[in-house]
Design a protein around this ligand. Structure first.
Ligand SMILES: Cc1cc2nc3c(=O)[nH]c(=O)nc-3n(C[C@H](O)[C@H](O)[C@H](O)COP(=O)(O)OP(=O)(O)OC[C@H]3O[C@@H](n4cnc5c(N)ncnc54)[C@H](O)[C@@H]3O)c2cc1C
Ligand code: SF4
Length: 490
């Protein structure tokens, strides 16, 4: 433990965000750098608990008290080693994770939790700047080949672990660039894409072969993959967006969030997309249906486009400002959060349902809504309309950000004939084996829509199981079986 009295003396502090008038004019990350001395003081707040509940919150089983202490003691290289011991890509989680570890930090019982995520982000940023992050190619090659389908965080973690264990890994990605949602989906103002590029370069130097622009199940059949590779890992994500099939859905101007967001990522990457093929919010009244993080990513993007107005709709009631008695520590805190995009403007409407889309000449012009009251019956929420609360909102761009209903079942999954669970995700046990021999899976494709930290943890677990399958034993870590989050999931 760094400073025994740190948690009593030092208040929690986070980096500031860039001024709103500046940041809405660009797609650079919104946070200002956080000074090293401030960060070390934050590390000193950690109490090195006898039972560190932060571990319980982290799917990766991150060694959080260790690196908090090492940062406080100015031992950054050791901190980096501890960080990389459980997480291949701490810069992704350090920038993007909602930090369930902080929600379960013991200090959070009666004070503000340790700024675990910022400590993580600063360690890895310093490590890259100092040149400490280098390729770690294997000393011995096994001669075994593995195909990883999908290059999101699950696919990347699986591939890196297996390449370091000596296997020859090929990552197939149907998009034109590697990275999954890290590349196309998550806006650049949340994470600039050079962070993905430098990890891809590191992995290439470790021997991973990347094949972007290859849709497995179309350009390469499942049969070919099974014939050419000793093992396969399915990391295709949860890509089918939840639709809103109400009157007027076919009108122009209504798009899935994941049709809208990648176009902006591509423009930031320098791709030339003409206006006819781009979805712009400039000068438009925008409605975002869905109050979650994807909705917030749309919100930040439409601010940057220069929209006329924007409302974000959510069917559930507004969360409370602080924990309620039914949501105690160390559970994830269901409280009202303000992301950078919310800070930038727009209005958030809660307890609202969309009844139909209205339009003229084939284009959407408005939404008809009604307020609802949420009632929980038999553990399931029901939304009861409040009579007389109907209202119309003008809209010439509507973005659907209501989550995802699972992986694409046609093509690759159909060809392989893997069993699906009752939610339509690829069925697998904690060892990430599917119902088909030598086929494994990881990330959102099996777990359903989730988080980057879970995708990395699942990828590491799948890598262990594949290595064991190929070699009879494995020294690779298995976070899901032995970590603190070793709980079954459906
Ligand atoms: C807009 C948005 C913002 C998000 N923001 C955050 C955040 O801030 N923090 C956080 O923790 N989580 C966030 N998430 C969730 C997080 O991004 C996902 O949980 C995570 O990326 C899942 O990783 P994955 O590797 O399983 O799948 P993905 O990242 O979805 O990658 C799957 C890849 O597989 C490819 N693929 C699919 N089928 C094939 C095929 N047949 N052949 C070849 N390639 C194929 C896809 O093109 C895709 O690139 C966000 C999600 C969205 C949609
Ligand atoms: S629970 Fe919080 S205070 Fe305790 S070890 Fe973890 S980060 Fe430190």
């Amino acid at each position: 433990m760094g400073k025994p009295t740190g948690f009593m003396e030092i208040p929690r502090e986070l980096p500031t965000r860039r001024p709103i008038p500046d940041r809405v004019n660009d797609y650079l990350e919104v946070y200002n750098p956080f000074a090293e001395d401030k960060l070390r003081a934050q590390g000193a707040r950690c109490m090195d608990c006898g039972i560190p509940f932060c571990h319980q919150g982290c799917p990766l089983g991150n060694l959080i008290p260790d690196w908090n202490d090492l940062v406080y003691r100015d031992q950054w290289r050791l901190a980096l080693e501890r960080l990389h011991a459980t997480n291949n890509f701490p810069e992704f989680t350090g920038k993007l994770c909602p930090a369930p570890c902080e929600a379960s930090c013991v200090l959070g019982i009666n004070s503000d939790p340790v700024t675990i995520k910022q400590v993580e982000a600063n360690i890895i940023e310093k490590a890259w700047a100092e040149g400490w992050v280098v390729p770690l190619p294997p000393k011995v090659r096994t001669g075994k080949t593995v195909a990883v389908v999908g290059s999101g965080p699950a696919g990347l973690a699986t591939a890196q672990q297996l390449a370091r264990a000596g296997h020859t890994v090929t990552v197939f990605e149907r998009d034109d660039r590697i990275g999954g949602l890290l590349r196309y989906g998550i806006p650049d103002f949340k994470m600039e894409k050079q962070h993905v590029d430098r990890r891809v370069a590191q992995m290439e130097a470790e021997g991973v072969i990347f094949r972007a622009g290859v849709n497995v199940g179309v350009e390469i059949t499942a049969e070919q993959l099974l014939a050419e590779f000793d093992a396969i890992c399915l990391c295709g994500g949860s890509t089918i967006g939840r639709d809103l099939p109400i009157e007027g859905r076919a009108l122009d101007g209504i798009h899935f969030a994941m049709t809208f967001l990648p176009l902006q990522n591509k423009r930031v990457a320098g791709d030339v997309i003409d206006d006819a093929n781009f979805i712009s919010a400039k000068g438009k009244d925008v409605i975002i249906i869905g109050g979650g993080d994807t909705g917030a990513d749309c919100l930040g993007t439409v601010h940057r486009h220069g929209c006329k107005s924007v409302h974000q709709f959510e069917i559930v009631p507004r969360p409370p400002d602080t924990r309620t008695p039914t949501n105690p520590w160390p559970q994830w805190s269901n409280v009202f959060r303000v992301s950078s995009a919310h800070e930038e403007g727009g209005s958030r409407e809660y307890a609202i349902n969309t009844k139909r889309f209205l339009g003229e000449n084939g284009r959407v012009t408005a939404l008809e809504t009604v307020r609802v009251e949420m009632k929980v019956e038999n553990g399931r929420p029901q939304f009861v309309e409040i009579p007389g609360s109907e209202k119309q909102y003008p809209a010439d761009l509507v973005l659907l950000a209501m989550g995802f209903v699972g992986p694409q079942r046609t093509g690759l999954l159909e060809q392989l004939g893997v069993e699906l669970d009752r939610m339509g995700n690829v069925k697998a046990g904690p060892d990430k084996r599917t119902s088909v021999d030598k086929v494994f899976t990881a990330g959102d494709m099996t777990r359903g829509q989730s988080l980057i930290v879970w995708a990395i943890a699942e990828g590491r677990q799948a890598a262990h199981s594949i290595d064991e399958y190929l070699m009879g034993e494995s020294l690779l870590p298995q976070p899901l079986e032995h970590g603190n989050s070793a709980r079954p999931f459906v």
